[in-house]
Write a protein that binds this ligand. Structure first.
Ligand SMILES: NC(=O)c1ccc[n+]([C@@H]2O[C@H](COP(=O)([O-])OP(=O)(O)OC[C@H]3O[C@@H](n4cnc5c(N)ncnc54)[C@H](OP(=O)(O)O)[C@@H]3O)[C@@H](O)[C@H]2O)c1
Length: 302
């Protein structure tokens, strides 16, 4: 955090990665507003975050709103919060949810719900802060995507699409707002041990579980530290761990580069990493085939 006076809005700030981001920023002196639906969890998170205050002016504000519904209402509530607390310096769009199931087993409503929470639930809060940020010629906006927003994985047809969508939004928005000194960051966390992740794991498909086992599970405070650091430095992509950086380079496409060194490293590593990427893709495909054979042998229906 470049200043102790920064004001942050964190959607999904009552749990998991969002709460850890709020704690990380609070420890650095920021003023935080956390947003989620459940008021009890918001109050619990507020008390937990406030334990990390570094000066007696700091308080945590809470706003209970469903960010996926009624754009006008979300904008109104967040604008009111800004009038009360002052303009937002950094918005972290972290509210999100996931579902892991095969394409044909998901009803159409789940696709709509996930797009509403993970994608529109980031668009609406961003609309609430962008005009003021442009007027002030200052601001940072973080979109929390996922590694499943860089590569489509078995069981994530609904989820991956919402997380890929955030990158398209972020790239286009960065081009529009860079002249106003507003920096956009897209974070691509790996599997992270949060209440949301634990809930999803209870119903995970065998294929997805086996693919996930190829990498280790991160802790939310570690993920939060990296996201906050990258956003503060104005990095467009925020990756975590060795596989995260490998994926970020492999999938960087036309994304804005952080520096010339960053761009060159990408160009040089791209060919080599493409081979490694192909190796992983082949391994993932063979996992899926192995699962099919296992299920056929045990007489389980697919
Ligand atoms: N954990 C992982 O392995 C992982 C990996 C990659 C990316 N991510 C992404 O990181 C973000 C956080 O994940 P997490 O695992 O930390 O989740 P989590 O523990 O389930 O927390 C989700 C947070 O979002 C809030 N939320 C959900 N729906 C909302 C809505 N409609 N309106 C307002 N708030 C809402 C929840 O509060 P309420 O339910 O009270 O509203 C909660 O505060 C998500 O976008 C997720 O896709 C997670």
């Amino acid at each position: 955090m470049s200043t102790l006076e920064e004001r942050l809005l964190v959607t999904g700030g009552s749990s998991g990665i969002g709460k850890s981001i709020a704690i990380e920023c609070f420890k650095q002196g920021a003023f935080i507003t956390i947003i989620a639906r459940n008021e009890n969890r918001l109050m619990k998170a507020k008390q937990e975050i406030e334990k990390f205050s570094v000066n007696d002016k700091q308080v945590v504000h809470t706003v209970s709103v469903d960010v996926s519904k009624d754009c006008t209402y979300v904008e109104k509530v967040l604008k009111q919060a800004q009038e009360k607390l002052g303009p937002v310096d950094m918005l972290v769009n972290c509210a999100g949810t996931s579902v892991n199931a095969k394409f044909e087993e998901l009803d159409a409503g789940r696709f709509e719900q996930l797009m509403a929470v993970n994608y529109l639930g980031s668009v609406y809060p961003t609309r609430a802060v962008i005009t003021t940020m442009k007027e002030r010629r200052l601001g940072r906006i973080v979109f929390v995507s996922s590694q499943a927003g860089q590569v489509g994985l078995f069981g994530y047809t609904a989820y991956s699409a919402t997380k890929f969508a955030l990158r398209g939004l972020a790239e286009a928005l960065q081009m529009e707002v860079k002249p106003y000194n507003i920096y956009i960051t897209v974070a691509y966390p790996p599997d992270t041990d949060t209440p949301g992740f634990q809930e999803e794991t209870r119903h995970k498909l065998l294929e997805t579980k086996m693919i996930s086992e190829a990498s280790s599970i991160c802790q939310p405070d570690h993920v939060a530290r990296i996201i906050v650091k990258d956003a503060t430095q104005g990095k467009f992509s925020s990756a975590i761990g060795v596989d995260g950086h490998l994926l970020a380079i492999l999938t960087s496409g036309m994304s804005p580069a952080f520096s010339i060194a960053d761009a060159f490293a990408g160009i040089i590593c791209m060919g080599l990493f493409r081979f490694i990427g192909l190796y992983f893709l082949t391994s993932f495909n063979s996992i899926v085939l192995r699962c099919m054979v296992q299920k056929e042998k045990s007489g389980k229906k697919d």
